[in-house]
Design a binder for this molecule. Structure first.
Ligand code: HSE
Length: 298
């Protein structure tokens, strides 16, 4: 009647795949304890580690959970304890971790009546609450693991992509908060055909590289001609962090989700650690506090 789950941090967009590509980290995430109760509805009974609302309708886990309950014939409810390690507003899927953890655990406790795709839809309601847009590029990898592609939103079509064995992510979080809603508002709503051509070439290249485990191709494809040039202005030292990460051997480097975290992908943990050192050196020099994580993509 009770389950404890690990809720992974995720990197959305992965440079070229705005709102469609995402990956899960296996060493960074929250924990959650979900308990079946006879009382109807969802209650957040504990929220440790971050200052976030606990009222069910204002909490992403609460809202995602209610979306599941609305489709279920289960008469009771759930109590949820959330132990946050992911900082809200850091750009590594804090809200997605809570939304997916809740629906995954509830589904397990109910004997798995819902498919993974249905769980993505419920968790997207948490994203709608957090950012105003029900994007799925964080919740899909959090639920499926590894790399995922949201091929279509209407109808929702999520594809699990092969994750190369030696792929590691380095993520640095400069201690400033960037709200997803703000960093979406500054984007243009149209793109040029020229940029489109570059971008879908890279998306195709990245997917091919992931399936064939061709690290060079993955590296060549980690480019973003549409969102990064606009959003990087919000991130202190972005160009320097990116340059140093690439010089240290990273396959590619970009903005994690809506930022301000910056991610780099590397082949092998040793390179990923070297990249971490290079990224922290930049922020040490310009005097910005940060968190740094190295994790396998899984
Ligand atoms: N794709 C979303 C965005 C992810 O970049 O706005 C937000 O975490």
């Amino acid at each position: 009647n009770e389950i404890r789950v690990f809720c992974p941090a995720t990197i959305a967009n992965v440079s070229c795949g705005f709102d469609v590509l995402g990956l899960a980290l296996d060493a960074v995430g929250d924990e959650m304890v979900v308990r079946k109760t006879t009382q109807k509805g969802i209650r957040i009974t504990k929220l440790i580690g971050q200052d976030l609302p606990m009222e069910t309708l204002h909490n992403v886990a609460g809202v995602a959970g209610l979306a599941l309950l609305a489709q279920s014939d289960y008469e009771g409810g759930f109590d949820i304890e959330i132990y946050k390690k992911i900082k809200a507003g850091s750009g590594i899927g804090s809200s997605a971790a809570s939304s997916t953890g809740a629906v995954w655990a509830m589904n397990a406790l109910l004997g798995k009546p819902f498919s993974p795709l249905e769980l993505v839809k419920f968790a997207m309601e948490g994203e709608r609450l957090a950012s105003g847009v029900a994007h799925a590029d964080n919740v899909a990898p959090a639920l499926f693991g590894g790399f995922t592609l949201v091929r279509s939103y209407q109808p929702l079509d999520v594809i699990k992509i092969n994750t190369p064995k030696e792929l590691y992510a380095t993520v640095i979080h400069p201690q400033i908060e960037v709200k997803t809603s703000d960093s979406r508002r500054i984007l243009k709503t149209t793109i040029s055909l020229e940029d489109g051509i570059k971008q879908w070439g890279n998306v195709g290249g990245l997917i091919a590289g992931l399936f064939t485990e061709d690290y060079e191709l993955i590296g060549r494809s980690l480019e973003d001609h549409i969102v990064e040039p606009i959003r990087s202005i919000l991130i202190p030292g972005f160009d320097m962090v990116k340059q140093k990460a690439i010089e240290s051997g990273a396959l590619g480097c970009g903005i994690s989700g809506s930022g301000p975290s910056v991610f780099a992908l590397s082949k092998g943990i040793e390179t990923a650690k070297k990249v971490a050192q290079a990224m922290t050196d930049v922020y040490d020099k310009i005097g910005i506090d940060y968190d740094i994580h190295v994790s396998k993509v899984n």
